[in-house]
Design a protein around this ligand. Structure first.
Ligand code: SF4
Length: 92
């Protein structure tokens, strides 16, 4: 049985508006998508198999489907600079 995650856009066609796949008109990926594992090539152009319009996905901030960009907020929460500074001043 074929793996579900191959996503080769079987049955897709290129139209003047973009790639027509599963009833969606897909636009090519944007620069920020570079390195994302969801990018797949079709007819020499790169498309996202999770989102038909990558440019509008990124226009709202970081793409939440991106596999190549880590969320930055979690790392910041773990370090409390005030406590770290107090510890340092106690000479520990
Ligand atoms: S999941 Fe997001 S970052 Fe990845 S290719 Fe699609 S739109 Fe681009």
């Amino acid at each position: 049985m074929a793996k579900q995650d191959t996503h080769n856009f079987d049955g897709a066609t290129l139209t003047a508006e973009g790639m027509l796949y599963n009833g969606f008109v897909c636009q090519p990926v944007v620069e920020k998508c570079e390195g994302c594992e969801r990018v797949r090539s079709f007819e020499g152009r790169d498309f996202c198999y999770s989102y038909p319009q990558p440019a509008s996905k990124w226009s709202l901030g970081r793409c939440n489907f991106a596999t190549h960009v880590k969320a930055e907020t979690q790392a910041k929460v773990k370090v409390n600079p005030l406590k770290a500074s107090k510890r340092a001043s106690k000479g520990k």
